[in-house]
Design a protein. Sequence first.
Length: 500
Amino acid sequence: TFAPITVLEALEAISERNPELNAFASHITPAEANASESSEGPLMDWPIAVKANIATARSSVTSCASRALYAYTSPFQATVVDSLERAGAAVVGKTNMDEFGMGSKNKFSIYGSALNPHTPALVAKQDGMTELDRHTPGGSSGGSAAAVAAGMCRAALGSDTGGSVRLPAAWCGVVGFKPTFGRISRHGLVAYGSSLDTVGIMARDVADVQSVFDIVAVPDPLDMTCMTSSLRARIKALASSRPWITQAHGPNRSESAPLAEIRVGIPEEYWVNELSEPALESWRAGASRLAALGCEVVSVSLPHTPSALPAYYALAWAEASSNLARYDGIRYGRRSDIRPDTRNLQNASQKYANTRGEGFGAEVQRRILLGTYVMSSAASEHYFTPSQKIRRLIQEEFDNVFALPNALSATQPLALSASRPLGVDVLLFPTATGAAPRLSDQEDSRVANYVNDVMTVPASLAGIPAISIPAGHADGMPLGLQLAAQYGDDDLLLCVARHL
Ligand code: GLN
Protein backbone atom coordinates (compact mmCIF):
# COMPACT_ATOMS: atom_id res chain seq x y z
CA THR A 1 0.00 0.00 0.00
CA PHE A 2 1.05 3.55 -0.74
CA ALA A 3 0.78 6.67 1.39
CA PRO A 4 -2.22 8.66 0.16
CA ILE A 5 -1.54 11.79 -1.92
CA THR A 6 -3.44 14.94 -0.95
CA VAL A 7 -4.62 17.63 -3.37
CA LEU A 8 -1.88 20.05 -2.35
CA GLU A 9 0.82 17.37 -2.64
CA ALA A 10 -0.44 16.51 -6.11
CA LEU A 11 -0.34 20.16 -7.18
CA GLU A 12 3.22 20.43 -5.90
CA ALA A 13 4.20 17.34 -7.87
CA ILE A 14 2.51 18.80 -10.94
CA SER A 15 4.47 22.04 -10.78
CA GLU A 16 7.66 20.07 -10.25
CA ARG A 17 7.27 17.30 -12.82
CA ASN A 18 4.69 18.28 -15.39
CA PRO A 19 6.93 20.69 -17.35
CA GLU A 20 9.13 17.67 -18.12
CA LEU A 21 6.47 14.95 -18.49
CA ASN A 22 3.74 16.93 -20.29
CA ALA A 23 1.07 14.72 -18.73
CA PHE A 24 -1.43 17.54 -18.14
CA ALA A 25 -2.97 19.71 -20.82
CA SER A 26 -4.29 22.00 -18.09
CA HIS A 27 -4.34 21.95 -14.31
CA ILE A 28 -5.61 23.99 -11.40
CA THR A 29 -3.47 26.14 -9.10
CA PRO A 30 -3.18 25.74 -5.32
CA ALA A 31 -5.19 28.97 -4.96
CA GLU A 32 -8.00 27.53 -7.06
CA ALA A 33 -7.89 24.32 -5.04
CA ASN A 34 -8.17 26.26 -1.77
CA ALA A 35 -10.99 28.39 -3.11
CA SER A 36 -13.20 25.51 -4.20
CA GLU A 37 -15.21 23.97 -1.43
CA SER A 38 -15.25 20.19 -1.66
CA SER A 39 -17.90 17.90 -0.30
CA GLU A 40 -17.27 15.44 2.47
CA GLY A 41 -17.28 11.89 1.25
CA PRO A 42 -15.26 8.72 0.82
CA LEU A 43 -12.96 10.45 -1.71
CA MET A 44 -12.36 13.59 0.32
CA ASP A 45 -9.10 15.33 -0.61
CA TRP A 46 -8.41 12.84 -3.42
CA PRO A 47 -6.65 14.60 -6.30
CA ILE A 48 -8.01 13.07 -9.51
CA ALA A 49 -6.83 13.65 -13.07
CA VAL A 50 -9.31 13.44 -15.93
CA LYS A 51 -8.52 12.61 -19.55
CA ALA A 52 -9.10 15.48 -21.96
CA ASN A 53 -11.99 13.66 -23.68
CA ILE A 54 -14.17 13.66 -20.54
CA ALA A 55 -16.27 16.78 -20.06
CA THR A 56 -15.57 18.97 -17.06
CA ALA A 57 -17.62 22.11 -16.80
CA ARG A 58 -15.29 24.19 -14.70
CA SER A 59 -11.85 25.62 -15.32
CA SER A 60 -10.73 23.53 -18.24
CA VAL A 61 -11.10 22.68 -21.87
CA THR A 62 -12.33 19.32 -23.14
CA SER A 63 -10.12 19.35 -26.21
CA CYS A 64 -9.59 15.63 -26.92
CA ALA A 65 -6.04 16.81 -27.75
CA SER A 66 -7.41 17.95 -31.11
CA ARG A 67 -7.06 21.22 -32.97
CA ALA A 68 -10.74 20.80 -33.80
CA LEU A 69 -11.65 21.32 -30.13
CA TYR A 70 -8.56 23.07 -28.76
CA ALA A 71 -10.51 25.78 -26.90
CA TYR A 72 -13.78 23.89 -26.40
CA THR A 73 -15.38 24.11 -22.97
CA SER A 74 -18.32 21.88 -22.27
CA PRO A 75 -21.61 23.39 -21.10
CA PHE A 76 -22.19 20.33 -18.93
CA GLN A 77 -20.08 17.94 -16.91
CA ALA A 78 -19.68 14.17 -17.33
CA THR A 79 -21.69 12.08 -14.87
CA VAL A 80 -18.48 10.37 -13.65
CA VAL A 81 -16.93 13.71 -12.77
CA ASP A 82 -20.10 14.81 -10.96
CA SER A 83 -20.06 11.58 -8.94
CA LEU A 84 -16.40 12.01 -8.02
CA GLU A 85 -16.87 15.60 -6.92
CA ARG A 86 -19.92 14.68 -4.86
CA ALA A 87 -17.77 12.07 -3.10
CA GLY A 88 -15.26 14.77 -2.16
CA ALA A 89 -12.63 14.33 -4.89
CA ALA A 90 -11.00 17.29 -6.63
CA VAL A 91 -10.28 17.32 -10.36
CA VAL A 92 -6.71 18.64 -10.51
CA GLY A 93 -6.43 18.78 -14.27
CA LYS A 94 -7.10 17.41 -17.73
CA THR A 95 -4.62 14.94 -19.14
CA ASN A 96 -2.78 14.58 -22.41
CA MET A 97 -3.91 11.86 -24.82
CA ASP A 98 -3.90 10.73 -28.42
CA GLU A 99 -6.31 12.84 -30.46
CA PHE A 100 -9.86 11.55 -29.86
CA GLY A 101 -8.37 8.41 -28.25
CA MET A 102 -6.80 7.19 -31.48
CA GLY A 103 -3.33 5.85 -30.81
CA SER A 104 -1.19 3.76 -28.48
CA LYS A 105 1.74 6.08 -27.71
CA ASN A 106 0.26 9.48 -26.88
CA LYS A 107 2.09 10.75 -29.95
CA PHE A 108 -0.85 12.15 -31.90
CA SER A 109 -1.62 15.14 -29.70
CA ILE A 110 -1.78 18.92 -30.16
CA TYR A 111 0.13 19.15 -26.87
CA GLY A 112 2.99 16.96 -28.09
CA SER A 113 3.84 13.60 -26.53
CA ALA A 114 3.51 12.96 -22.85
CA LEU A 115 6.61 11.17 -21.52
CA ASN A 116 7.01 8.06 -19.44
CA PRO A 117 8.19 8.91 -15.91
CA HIS A 118 10.09 5.59 -15.75
CA THR A 119 12.76 6.35 -18.34
CA PRO A 120 15.81 5.20 -16.37
CA ALA A 121 17.49 8.14 -14.65
CA LEU A 122 20.93 7.30 -16.07
CA VAL A 123 19.71 7.42 -19.61
CA ALA A 124 17.86 10.63 -18.91
CA LYS A 125 21.06 12.32 -17.77
CA GLN A 126 23.08 11.44 -20.84
CA ASP A 127 23.93 14.38 -23.06
CA GLY A 128 22.14 14.85 -26.29
CA MET A 129 19.04 13.03 -25.16
CA THR A 130 16.17 14.25 -27.24
CA GLU A 131 12.50 13.80 -26.52
CA LEU A 132 12.39 11.01 -29.05
CA ASP A 133 14.87 8.98 -27.01
CA ARG A 134 12.49 8.96 -24.10
CA HIS A 135 9.96 6.21 -23.63
CA THR A 136 6.33 6.61 -24.51
CA PRO A 137 3.86 6.40 -21.62
CA GLY A 138 1.60 4.47 -23.99
CA GLY A 139 -1.76 5.65 -25.18
CA SER A 140 -4.22 6.85 -25.70
CA SER A 141 -4.64 7.73 -21.99
CA GLY A 142 -0.88 8.40 -21.70
CA GLY A 143 -1.20 11.59 -19.65
CA SER A 144 -3.43 9.89 -17.06
CA ALA A 145 -0.99 6.98 -16.64
CA ALA A 146 2.05 9.28 -16.41
CA ALA A 147 0.20 11.49 -13.89
CA VAL A 148 -0.53 8.52 -11.60
CA ALA A 149 3.00 7.10 -11.97
CA ALA A 150 4.64 10.44 -11.12
CA GLY A 151 2.47 11.10 -8.06
CA MET A 152 0.69 14.04 -9.71
CA CYS A 153 -2.72 12.63 -8.67
CA ARG A 154 -4.04 9.76 -6.58
CA ALA A 155 -6.22 8.28 -9.31
CA ALA A 156 -7.04 9.16 -12.91
CA LEU A 157 -9.87 8.61 -15.34
CA GLY A 158 -9.09 7.47 -18.84
CA SER A 159 -11.10 5.96 -21.65
CA ASP A 160 -10.57 2.46 -22.99
CA THR A 161 -11.94 1.61 -26.43
CA GLY A 162 -9.37 -1.02 -27.36
CA GLY A 163 -6.83 -0.86 -24.55
CA SER A 164 -6.21 2.84 -23.94
CA VAL A 165 -6.31 2.51 -20.16
CA ARG A 166 -4.63 -0.88 -19.81
CA LEU A 167 -1.69 -0.35 -22.19
CA PRO A 168 -0.46 2.98 -20.73
CA ALA A 169 -1.04 1.64 -17.21
CA ALA A 170 1.21 -1.33 -17.97
CA TRP A 171 3.91 0.81 -19.55
CA CYS A 172 3.88 3.33 -16.69
CA GLY A 173 3.80 0.69 -13.94
CA VAL A 174 0.35 1.49 -12.51
CA VAL A 175 -2.98 -0.34 -12.26
CA GLY A 176 -5.43 0.24 -15.15
CA PHE A 177 -8.98 -1.08 -15.05
CA LYS A 178 -11.46 -1.31 -17.92
CA PRO A 179 -14.79 -2.34 -16.39
CA THR A 180 -17.54 -4.27 -18.13
CA PHE A 181 -19.07 -2.26 -20.99
CA GLY A 182 -21.95 -0.25 -19.49
CA ARG A 183 -20.84 -0.41 -15.87
CA ILE A 184 -19.79 3.27 -15.75
CA SER A 185 -21.78 6.09 -17.37
CA ARG A 186 -20.34 7.55 -20.55
CA HIS A 187 -22.45 10.69 -20.44
CA GLY A 188 -19.84 13.38 -21.10
CA LEU A 189 -17.22 11.06 -22.60
CA VAL A 190 -16.51 12.15 -26.17
CA ALA A 191 -17.39 9.21 -28.43
CA TYR A 192 -14.77 7.32 -30.48
CA GLY A 193 -16.21 3.82 -31.09
CA SER A 194 -19.54 3.78 -29.30
CA SER A 195 -19.97 0.01 -29.12
CA LEU A 196 -16.52 -0.27 -27.48
CA ASP A 197 -15.96 2.92 -25.46
CA THR A 198 -15.66 2.61 -21.68
CA VAL A 199 -14.48 4.92 -18.92
CA GLY A 200 -11.52 3.31 -17.13
CA ILE A 201 -9.73 3.97 -13.86
CA MET A 202 -6.01 4.16 -13.03
CA ALA A 203 -4.30 4.29 -9.66
CA ARG A 204 -1.17 2.96 -7.97
CA ASP A 205 -2.96 0.02 -6.39
CA VAL A 206 -6.14 -2.02 -6.81
CA ALA A 207 -7.62 -0.75 -3.54
CA ASP A 208 -7.64 2.85 -4.83
CA VAL A 209 -9.09 1.71 -8.16
CA GLN A 210 -11.84 -0.07 -6.25
CA SER A 211 -12.63 3.04 -4.16
CA VAL A 212 -13.14 5.10 -7.30
CA PHE A 213 -15.05 2.32 -9.06
CA ASP A 214 -17.49 2.00 -6.14
CA ILE A 215 -18.39 5.68 -6.56
CA VAL A 216 -18.72 5.84 -10.35
CA ALA A 217 -20.22 2.43 -11.23
CA VAL A 218 -23.85 3.50 -10.88
CA PRO A 219 -26.85 3.65 -13.24
CA ASP A 220 -27.31 6.86 -15.23
CA PRO A 221 -30.52 7.80 -17.03
CA LEU A 222 -28.47 10.18 -19.21
CA ASP A 223 -26.59 7.28 -20.85
CA MET A 224 -28.78 4.65 -22.44
CA THR A 225 -25.89 2.18 -22.66
CA CYS A 226 -25.29 2.40 -18.92
CA MET A 227 -26.56 -0.73 -17.11
CA THR A 228 -29.90 -0.29 -15.39
CA SER A 229 -30.28 -1.17 -11.73
CA SER A 230 -32.26 -4.28 -12.63
CA LEU A 231 -29.44 -5.58 -14.87
CA ARG A 232 -26.97 -4.78 -12.10
CA ALA A 233 -29.10 -6.71 -9.61
CA ARG A 234 -29.34 -9.66 -11.99
CA ILE A 235 -25.58 -9.74 -12.48
CA LYS A 236 -25.03 -9.58 -8.74
CA ALA A 237 -27.45 -12.45 -8.12
CA LEU A 238 -25.81 -14.53 -10.83
CA ALA A 239 -22.28 -13.85 -9.57
CA SER A 240 -23.18 -14.75 -6.00
CA SER A 241 -24.89 -17.98 -7.05
CA ARG A 242 -21.50 -19.68 -7.39
CA PRO A 243 -21.22 -21.89 -4.32
CA TRP A 244 -17.53 -22.59 -4.91
CA ILE A 245 -16.79 -18.88 -4.65
CA THR A 246 -19.21 -17.84 -1.92
CA GLN A 247 -17.97 -20.68 0.29
CA ALA A 248 -14.25 -20.18 -0.28
CA HIS A 249 -14.45 -16.40 -0.04
CA GLY A 250 -16.95 -16.01 2.77
CA PRO A 251 -16.09 -15.41 6.42
CA ASN A 252 -14.17 -18.69 6.70
CA ARG A 253 -11.76 -17.78 3.95
CA SER A 254 -8.42 -19.50 4.23
CA GLU A 255 -5.56 -17.18 5.13
CA SER A 256 -2.89 -19.35 3.58
CA ALA A 257 -4.78 -19.79 0.30
CA PRO A 258 -6.90 -16.62 -0.09
CA LEU A 259 -7.78 -17.45 -3.69
CA ALA A 260 -8.74 -21.08 -3.10
CA GLU A 261 -11.31 -22.42 -5.58
CA ILE A 262 -10.54 -19.71 -8.14
CA ARG A 263 -9.71 -21.29 -11.47
CA VAL A 264 -7.40 -19.28 -13.71
CA GLY A 265 -7.21 -19.83 -17.47
CA ILE A 266 -4.04 -19.26 -19.49
CA PRO A 267 -5.17 -18.69 -23.09
CA GLU A 268 -2.74 -20.44 -25.45
CA GLU A 269 -3.34 -18.05 -28.32
CA TYR A 270 -1.80 -15.14 -26.40
CA TRP A 271 1.54 -16.89 -26.64
CA VAL A 272 2.40 -14.99 -29.82
CA ASN A 273 5.72 -14.65 -31.64
CA GLU A 274 5.97 -10.97 -30.77
CA LEU A 275 5.93 -11.74 -27.04
CA SER A 276 9.27 -10.67 -25.56
CA GLU A 277 11.23 -12.87 -23.17
CA PRO A 278 10.68 -10.57 -20.14
CA ALA A 279 6.92 -10.44 -20.84
CA LEU A 280 6.80 -14.23 -21.02
CA GLU A 281 8.81 -14.44 -17.80
CA SER A 282 6.40 -12.08 -16.02
CA TRP A 283 3.45 -14.13 -17.31
CA ARG A 284 4.98 -17.32 -15.88
CA ALA A 285 5.71 -15.62 -12.56
CA GLY A 286 2.11 -14.33 -12.37
CA ALA A 287 0.71 -17.80 -12.98
CA SER A 288 2.95 -19.28 -10.26
CA ARG A 289 1.94 -16.56 -7.85
CA LEU A 290 -1.76 -17.27 -8.41
CA ALA A 291 -1.12 -20.98 -7.94
CA ALA A 292 0.68 -20.23 -4.66
CA LEU A 293 -2.37 -18.25 -3.52
CA GLY A 294 -4.53 -21.33 -3.98
CA CYS A 295 -5.76 -20.94 -7.56
CA GLU A 296 -5.98 -23.82 -9.96
CA VAL A 297 -4.20 -22.76 -13.16
CA VAL A 298 -5.30 -24.41 -16.39
CA SER A 299 -4.72 -23.89 -20.09
CA VAL A 300 -7.64 -22.72 -22.25
CA SER A 301 -8.12 -21.99 -25.93
CA LEU A 302 -9.63 -18.89 -27.56
CA PRO A 303 -9.06 -19.76 -31.23
CA HIS A 304 -10.30 -16.52 -32.82
CA THR A 305 -7.88 -14.31 -30.87
CA PRO A 306 -5.65 -13.69 -33.93
CA SER A 307 -8.59 -12.15 -35.81
CA ALA A 308 -9.44 -9.73 -33.01
CA LEU A 309 -7.01 -6.98 -34.01
CA PRO A 310 -8.12 -6.56 -37.65
CA ALA A 311 -11.78 -6.86 -36.61
CA TYR A 312 -11.31 -4.25 -33.90
CA TYR A 313 -9.71 -1.74 -36.25
CA ALA A 314 -12.37 -2.16 -38.94
CA LEU A 315 -15.17 -1.64 -36.40
CA ALA A 316 -13.48 1.16 -34.44
CA TRP A 317 -12.72 3.10 -37.63
CA ALA A 318 -16.24 2.63 -38.96
CA GLU A 319 -17.76 3.91 -35.74
CA ALA A 320 -15.24 6.74 -35.50
CA SER A 321 -16.03 7.97 -39.01
CA SER A 322 -19.65 8.27 -38.01
CA ASN A 323 -19.03 9.76 -34.54
CA LEU A 324 -16.60 12.37 -35.81
CA ALA A 325 -18.97 13.60 -38.51
CA ARG A 326 -20.35 16.09 -35.97
CA TYR A 327 -17.18 18.21 -36.00
CA ASP A 328 -18.22 20.39 -38.90
CA GLY A 329 -17.37 23.70 -37.27
CA ILE A 330 -21.03 24.64 -36.97
CA ARG A 331 -21.96 23.34 -33.55
CA TYR A 332 -18.66 22.47 -31.92
CA GLY A 333 -15.21 23.85 -31.68
CA ARG A 334 -13.06 25.50 -34.21
CA ARG A 335 -14.25 26.76 -37.59
CA SER A 336 -11.94 27.40 -40.54
CA ASP A 337 -11.12 31.06 -41.23
CA ILE A 338 -10.86 30.43 -44.93
CA ARG A 339 -13.96 32.11 -46.26
CA PRO A 340 -15.36 30.47 -49.31
CA ASP A 341 -18.13 32.27 -51.13
CA THR A 342 -21.15 30.91 -49.24
CA ARG A 343 -23.76 31.81 -51.86
CA ASN A 344 -23.98 28.32 -53.15
CA LEU A 345 -24.10 24.92 -51.50
CA GLN A 346 -20.83 23.66 -52.89
CA ASN A 347 -19.03 26.47 -51.14
CA ALA A 348 -20.79 25.66 -47.88
CA SER A 349 -19.46 22.14 -47.99
CA GLN A 350 -16.04 23.56 -48.79
CA LYS A 351 -16.35 25.33 -45.46
CA TYR A 352 -16.93 22.01 -43.69
CA ALA A 353 -14.04 20.44 -45.57
CA ASN A 354 -11.67 23.27 -44.64
CA THR A 355 -12.75 23.05 -41.01
CA ARG A 356 -12.21 19.30 -40.86
CA GLY A 357 -8.98 19.37 -42.86
CA GLU A 358 -7.50 21.96 -40.53
CA GLY A 359 -8.97 20.57 -37.32
CA PHE A 360 -8.13 16.87 -37.48
CA GLY A 361 -4.61 15.47 -37.35
CA ALA A 362 -3.30 13.04 -39.97
CA GLU A 363 -4.04 9.87 -37.99
CA VAL A 364 -7.64 10.91 -37.30
CA GLN A 365 -8.16 11.80 -40.96
CA ARG A 366 -6.70 8.47 -42.04
CA ARG A 367 -9.10 6.60 -39.74
CA ILE A 368 -12.14 8.60 -40.86
CA LEU A 369 -11.31 7.85 -44.48
CA LEU A 370 -10.73 4.14 -43.83
CA GLY A 371 -13.84 3.92 -41.65
CA THR A 372 -15.98 5.53 -44.31
CA TYR A 373 -14.56 3.10 -46.85
CA VAL A 374 -15.14 0.08 -44.58
CA MET A 375 -18.83 1.02 -44.36
CA SER A 376 -19.30 1.81 -48.05
CA SER A 377 -21.56 -0.54 -49.95
CA ALA A 378 -18.65 -1.83 -52.03
CA ALA A 379 -16.46 -2.73 -49.06
CA SER A 380 -18.78 -3.49 -46.16
CA GLU A 381 -19.28 -7.13 -47.09
CA HIS A 382 -15.51 -7.63 -47.12
CA TYR A 383 -14.63 -5.71 -43.96
CA PHE A 384 -17.50 -4.47 -41.83
CA THR A 385 -19.77 -7.53 -41.86
CA PRO A 386 -17.00 -10.13 -41.37
CA SER A 387 -15.61 -8.05 -38.52
CA GLN A 388 -18.97 -8.11 -36.77
CA LYS A 389 -19.08 -11.87 -37.21
CA ILE A 390 -15.62 -12.25 -35.74
CA ARG A 391 -16.69 -10.09 -32.84
CA ARG A 392 -19.63 -12.42 -32.16
CA LEU A 393 -17.36 -15.48 -32.31
CA ILE A 394 -14.92 -13.89 -29.87
CA GLN A 395 -17.77 -13.16 -27.46
CA GLU A 396 -18.96 -16.77 -27.72
CA GLU A 397 -15.47 -18.11 -27.11
CA PHE A 398 -15.16 -16.12 -23.91
CA ASP A 399 -18.59 -17.42 -22.82
CA ASN A 400 -17.35 -20.95 -23.46
CA VAL A 401 -14.29 -20.66 -21.24
CA PHE A 402 -15.87 -18.89 -18.26
CA ALA A 403 -17.70 -20.93 -15.62
CA LEU A 404 -20.11 -18.06 -14.96
CA PRO A 405 -22.80 -17.71 -17.64
CA ASN A 406 -23.07 -14.39 -19.46
CA ALA A 407 -25.82 -12.36 -17.78
CA LEU A 408 -26.90 -11.02 -21.15
CA SER A 409 -27.48 -14.43 -22.70
CA ALA A 410 -28.57 -16.45 -19.66
CA THR A 411 -32.34 -16.23 -19.93
CA GLN A 412 -33.46 -18.01 -16.78
CA PRO A 413 -32.29 -17.37 -13.27
CA LEU A 414 -29.55 -19.90 -12.92
CA ALA A 415 -29.59 -22.64 -10.40
CA LEU A 416 -25.95 -23.59 -10.44
CA SER A 417 -25.24 -26.97 -8.99
CA ALA A 418 -23.12 -27.24 -5.88
CA SER A 419 -20.33 -28.95 -7.76
CA ARG A 420 -18.08 -26.74 -9.78
CA PRO A 421 -18.89 -26.55 -13.51
CA LEU A 422 -16.18 -26.71 -16.11
CA GLY A 423 -14.70 -23.37 -16.98
CA VAL A 424 -12.52 -20.71 -15.42
CA ASP A 425 -13.22 -17.66 -13.26
CA VAL A 426 -10.51 -15.37 -14.61
CA LEU A 427 -8.01 -15.34 -17.46
CA LEU A 428 -4.36 -14.29 -17.13
CA PHE A 429 -2.25 -12.94 -19.99
CA PRO A 430 0.21 -10.09 -20.62
CA THR A 431 -1.07 -6.56 -21.26
CA ALA A 432 1.49 -5.91 -23.98
CA THR A 433 4.14 -7.89 -25.81
CA GLY A 434 6.90 -5.96 -24.05
CA ALA A 435 7.78 -2.76 -22.17
CA ALA A 436 7.26 0.79 -23.43
CA PRO A 437 9.15 1.52 -26.64
CA ARG A 438 11.09 4.73 -27.11
CA LEU A 439 9.22 7.46 -28.94
CA SER A 440 11.65 7.05 -31.84
CA ASP A 441 11.04 3.31 -32.26
CA GLN A 442 8.90 2.04 -35.12
CA GLU A 443 8.82 5.56 -36.46
CA ASP A 444 8.24 4.27 -39.96
CA SER A 445 5.58 1.64 -39.35
CA ARG A 446 1.94 2.44 -38.75
CA VAL A 447 0.93 -1.19 -38.58
CA ALA A 448 3.53 -1.83 -35.88
CA ASN A 449 1.76 0.80 -33.78
CA TYR A 450 -1.55 -0.99 -34.17
CA VAL A 451 0.07 -4.29 -33.11
CA ASN A 452 0.59 -2.84 -29.61
CA ASP A 453 -3.09 -3.49 -29.01
CA VAL A 454 -3.08 -7.19 -29.82
CA MET A 455 -3.46 -8.24 -26.18
CA THR A 456 -6.10 -5.70 -25.19
CA VAL A 457 -8.69 -5.61 -27.99
CA PRO A 458 -10.31 -9.05 -27.46
CA ALA A 459 -11.76 -8.01 -24.07
CA SER A 460 -12.97 -4.77 -25.66
CA LEU A 461 -14.77 -6.60 -28.46
CA ALA A 462 -16.45 -8.86 -25.91
CA GLY A 463 -17.31 -6.01 -23.51
CA ILE A 464 -15.81 -7.96 -20.59
CA PRO A 465 -13.87 -6.44 -17.69
CA ALA A 466 -10.05 -6.50 -17.76
CA ILE A 467 -7.38 -4.99 -15.54
CA SER A 468 -3.65 -4.46 -15.98
CA ILE A 469 -1.46 -4.92 -12.91
CA PRO A 470 2.24 -4.00 -12.65
CA ALA A 471 4.28 -7.21 -13.05
CA GLY A 472 8.02 -6.94 -13.34
CA HIS A 473 10.40 -4.92 -15.49
CA ALA A 474 12.42 -5.15 -18.66
CA ASP A 475 15.58 -2.97 -18.69
CA GLY A 476 14.14 -0.79 -15.95
CA MET A 477 10.81 -0.24 -17.71
CA PRO A 478 7.59 -1.66 -16.19
CA LEU A 479 5.59 -4.58 -17.55
CA GLY A 480 1.93 -5.36 -16.93
CA LEU A 481 -0.16 -8.48 -16.61
CA GLN A 482 -3.80 -8.56 -17.48
CA LEU A 483 -6.66 -10.34 -15.76
CA ALA A 484 -10.03 -10.63 -17.50
CA ALA A 485 -13.36 -12.02 -16.30
CA GLN A 486 -16.87 -12.78 -17.51
CA TYR A 487 -19.25 -9.95 -18.44
CA GLY A 488 -20.34 -8.26 -15.18
CA ASP A 489 -17.87 -10.14 -12.98
CA ASP A 490 -15.90 -6.97 -12.15
CA ASP A 491 -15.95 -7.56 -8.39
CA LEU A 492 -14.36 -10.99 -8.58
CA LEU A 493 -11.81 -9.60 -11.03
CA LEU A 494 -10.84 -6.83 -8.62
CA CYS A 495 -10.67 -9.34 -5.76
CA VAL A 496 -8.19 -11.56 -7.64
CA ALA A 497 -6.25 -8.53 -8.90
CA ARG A 498 -5.83 -7.26 -5.36
CA HIS A 499 -3.83 -10.40 -4.49
CA LEU A 500 -1.70 -10.61 -7.64
N1 GLN B 1 -4.84 2.03 -29.63
C1 GLN B 1 -6.21 1.73 -29.94
C2 GLN B 1 -6.70 2.65 -31.02
O1 GLN B 1 -5.95 3.46 -31.44
C3 GLN B 1 -7.06 1.83 -28.71
C4 GLN B 1 -7.47 3.21 -28.42
C5 GLN B 1 -8.41 3.33 -27.25
O2 GLN B 1 -8.66 2.40 -26.49
N2 GLN B 1 -8.98 4.52 -27.16
O3 GLN B 1 -7.80 2.55 -31.48
